[in-house]
Unconditional design. Sequence first.
Length: 388
Amino acid sequence: MNSFQELNLPKSLDRAIAGMNFTTPTPIQAQSIPVALSGRDILACAQTGSGKTAAFAIPILSKLLEKPDQTMLILVPTRELSTQVTDVFRQLCFHAPSLRVVSLIGGVSMQPQLRALSKGYHVIVATPGRLVDHLERKSVSLQKLSMLVLDEADRMLDMGFAPQLKQIFRFLPKERQTLLFSATLPAHIQELANTLLKNPARISIGAISSAVPTIQQSTKHVIQTEKNGAILDEINTRQGSILIFGRTQRRVDRLAKYLASYGVDTGRIHGGRTQGQRNRALDDFRTEKTRVLVATDIAARGIDIDHVAHVINYDLPQVAEDYVHRIGRTARAGRKGEALSLISAEEKPLWKEIEKLLKSKPGASSQKRAMGTEAQGKAARPRIQPAQ
Ligand code: AMP
């Protein structure tokens, strides 16, 4: 599939795709959309920023435009991702206003969601906890569900959503089409896939767990107590928007405060902030009111802000695979980006794990060579050349 026209999609959907300036399908779209339209289950592993959302949204809307008497459900791990996915659906529905897309997320009032549901719904984008609330109070019904998408499925399980997922599955019809999207495919996802999917088409774009090749990755070894100063130096020598990841809510707060005291416009996002605060911080960063956003791993998945030029790991992630997700926040949709990791002596074992993950996948040999150079301490800001 080389163009969206080949798919013979409903006209209103074609017009919306053109309006979004999507001319050529991305690889995950080229592979997934025809399979999803054919009705088959999918287990897809695709790099972050690869156009995954439209890969499931386009077939879903195409089916709904042909047969509106059905419900489609997309489960996502975070509220921010839910909002983002909902926006993509709404843009794709621009010329089909009769299709109703509802976002059900926690941390905000139930009332607007209840009102929206009472007007009818075709697509539900939800975080698991809030969907369970709605199912229990019977404000939503999934009896007419024909398609289920689990987006960022590995993250959902990491974030402990397994019990809620179990509850949700009790409400789902057995006869349905299921698409499972994940940037990584660890063993527990394969297991989940085996229990949920029927003879799925397996689609994998690029190396499993690999980062986007246009990200220039580098590391800097620093003493733990000198990380704040190192971050400030990096901010002053780099241009463009910077997303910084810290390990804990407290460390994120402290770093943001430190940067603000040096006059850097800084926002912060973590699970300890209210949804309103999180939305404001993300909006300010998205609209470039703030140049720097400091976040915990809550922002590591799915967030799609195309002008993020740099991702800096103030602290390394505790789980190696989160490294791939974090740095995937830059170099979105074919752009270039840089990722820097500050590594303290205590974090060396964590970095070893990340190296192991990157080396274990196809195409990582050039990373291995470049890391060797870095280990010899040649450059002040050593560069790890990404796999080509
Ligand atoms: P996603 O992986 O769904 O978060 O998408 C990443 C980015 O790619 C978003 O900014 C999309 O708007 C963009 N995108 C998705 N599909 C296409 C396409 N076919 N052509 C151009 N850009 C796209």
